[in-house]
Design a protein around this ligand. Structure first.
Ligand code: HEM
Length: 430
C-alpha cells in the first residue's frame, strides 16, 4: 500500500510538470496566433484541412470558388501545409513587388523532388546561389535576345516544315490518322489529316491539336489560339459554323494585317512578329483566357510578411490564381469575352500590369517568355498567312478543360485548312 502511494506520488511529480509545460506551450502558440491578423480561412477538418474543398478538378476553378466566397487573400491548410491563396491583381502585385524576395523560394513538394532532380532544376531549386547561377546561364547563353536571334533559323525551319506538311504530305495515311512526324509533331504537338470530303482546290487538311490554348507545348498554343478564336468570335456573331468565305472577324483582321505587313509573296519571319500588333493582341488575349500555368508555379515565403493587411508567416506556400485574376471583372471589361482589341488600347501585356501575368512576375518570372512569344507568333502567323481555317462541318470547337495543371483541352481541336491561293507559290517553294 505504501509502495502504491509512493509510486503514485512519483508519477504525478513527473506528469504534472509535463502537463503544465504542454499547456503553457499550447497557450503561448494560441496567444501568438490570436495576436496575429491571419487571413480569412474557410472551416477545415482535422488532418486534411481544406483538401476536401479542392477535390473536384480543375484546381484553378475550385480555388476561384473559394476566393469568391472568402475573399482575394485566403489562408488554406492543405494537409499540414499552410497555403496563401491570392486571387486579385493588387494582392498579386504586393506579393511580386514589395514581398518579391520573401516569396522567391519554392516549396519542397514531393513531385518537385522526383521530377526536379531533388529540387536542383531552375524551376524548383530554392532561392539561393545555385538558382541564381542557373538563371544567369539561361538568361545570358540560352534565352537572351542575341541567343534567340542566332537560333531563329531552327525554329523557322520547324515552322516551315509544318506548313509544308500541311500543304503537301498530310493525306498519305488517310482520314483521322495523325500523319505528320518529327519536327512538325514536336512543334505543334499535332497530327495532320486529309479531309476526304475535299473542297476548294483539293488541298484541305485538318490539324488535330492535342492541347488547350497556350499550354506548355507550342503546338497546342497555336491550335488553341485558332480554336478559341473561332469559338469566341463565332459566338459573338451568332455563327454556329464559320464558313471559309466568311472567316471570323479576328481571323480576318489577322489575315489583313499579315497581308499588309508581310505581303503575299513570302513567308512570315520571326523579325516580322513585333510589327504585327494585332497578332500579338490575339496571342495576349488567348493567354489571358487560357493561361498555360493557371496557378503559376507555387512560391514559398522565407520570412514573415503581410499581404492585403494580413500576417503571413514564413514557410507558407503561395498560390497565385492567374486564371481568376485574368477573368476578374474588377480588372477587365467583359472578362469572359474574347476581345483581342482590348490589348490595342492598353499597349500589350506590360501595360496591363499584374492583372495579366501568364508568365508570372518578379524574380521567378518565366525566363522563356521571349522564346515562347517568338515561337507562338511565328507559328500562328504562318498558319494564318498561308491557310484559310474553318471548323469541321457541323461541329463547334469544344474548349472544355481536361485534367491537369496546364489547362489541357478535354477534346483535341480539329480544324480544317485550305492553302490561300495568294500563298500557293511561296508554299510550293518549301
Ligand atoms: C506559352 C509558354 C509559356 C508559359 C505560359 C510559361 C509560363 C510560366 C509560368 C507561369 C512560370 C512560373 C512563374 C512563377 O513562378 O511565378 C514559368 C516558369 C518558368 N518557365 Fe515558363 N512558360 C512558357 C514557356 C517557357 C519556355 C519556352 C521556357 C524555356 C525554354 C520556359 C522556362 C521556364 C522556367 C525555367 C521557369 C522557372 C523559373 C524560375 O523558377 O526561376 N517557359 N513559366
Amino acid at each position: 500500500m505504501a509502495d502504491d502511494a509512493s509510486s503514485f506520488t512519483f508519477l504525478s511529480s513527473l506528469l504534472i510538470p509535463l502537463l503544465v509545460l504542454l499547456l503553457a506551450s499550447l497557450s503561448r502558440r494560441w496567444l501568438k496566433s490570436a495576436r496575429k491578423n491571419a487571413p480569412p480561412s474557410p472551416p477545415s477538418f482535422p488532418i486534411i484541412g481544406h483538401l476536401h474543398l479542392i477535390a473536384k478538378p480543375p484546381l484553378h476553378r475550385a480555388l476561384a470558388a473559394i476566393a469568391a466566397a472568402r475573399g482575394h487573400v485566403v489562408l488554406l491548410r492543405l494537409g499540414s501545409r499552410p497555403v496563401l491563396l491570392v486571387s486579385s491583381a493588387p494582392a498579386a502585385e504586393e506579393c511580386f513587388t514589395v514581398h518579391d524576395l520573401a516569396f522567391a523560394n519554392r516549396p519542397r513538394l514531393l513531385a518537385a523532388q522526383i521530377l526536379g532532380y531533388g529540387c536542383t532544376t531552375i524551376a524548383w531549386s530554392p532561392y539561393g546561389p545555385h538558382w541564381r547561377n542557373l538563371r544567369r546561364i539561361s538568361a545570358v547563353h540560352l534565352l537572351s535576345t542575341g541567343a534567340l536571334r542566332s537560333s531563329s533559323d531552327s525554329r523557322t525551319g520547324a515552322v516551315r516544315s509544318l506548313a509544308k506538311a500541311l500543304f503537301l504530305e498530310g493525306g498519305d495515311s488517310g482520314a483521322g490518322r495523325p500523319t505528320a512526324g518529327g519536327d512538325e509533331v514536336e512543334l505543334l504537338q499535332s497530327g495532320v489529316r486529309r479531309d476526304d470530303g475535299g473542297g476548294g482546290n483539293g488541298h484541305r487538311w485538318g490539324v488535330r491539336g492535342r492541347e488547350a490554348a497556350i499550354p506548355g507545348g507550342s503546338g497546342g498554343d497555336v491550335c488553341g489560339t485558332i480554336g478559341c478564336w473561332n469559338r469566341h468570335v463565332g459566338r459573338h456573331h451568332g455563327m454556329g459554323h464559320v464558313p471559309p468565305a466568311h472567316p471570323p472577324r479576328s481571323l480576318a483582321r489577322g489575315e489583313a494585317e499579315l497581308d499588309a505587313k508581310i505581303g503575299q509573296g513570302r513567308m512570315a519571319e520571326e523579325e516580322d512578329i513585333p510589327n504585327l500588333p494585332y497578332l500579338n493582341c490575339i496571342i495576349n488575349e488567348t493567354l489571358r483566357l487560357y493561361p498555360a500555368g493557371p496557378l503559376l508555379v507555387p512560391h514559398e515565403s522565407s520570412q514573415d510578411c503581410t499581404v492585403g493587411g494580413y500576417d503571413v508567416p514564413r514557410g507558407t506556400m503561395l498560390l497565385v490564381n492567374a486564371w481568376a485574376i485574368h477573368r476578374d471583372p474588377n480588372s477587365w471589361d467583359e472578362p469572359e469575352e474574347f476581345k483581342p482589341e482590348r490589348f490595342q488600347c492598353e499597349g500589350g501585356q506590360e501595360e496591363a500590369g499584374l492583372r495579366m501575368l501568364p508568365f508570372g512576375s518578379g524574380r521567378r518570372k518565366c525566363p522563356g517568355e521571349g522564346l515562347a512569344m517568338r515561337v507562338i507568333g511565328l507559328a500562328l502567323a504562318t498558319l494564318i498567312h498561308c491557310f484559310e481555317w474553318e471548323k469541321l462541318p457541323g461541329e463547334e470547337v469544344d474548349m472544355t478543360e481536361g485534367r491537369g495543371l496546364t489547362m489541357p483541352k478535354a477534346r483535341p481541336l480539329e480544324a480544317m485548312c485550305t492553302p490561300r491561293h495568294t500563298m500557293l507559290h511561296a508554299l510550293s517553294q518549301l
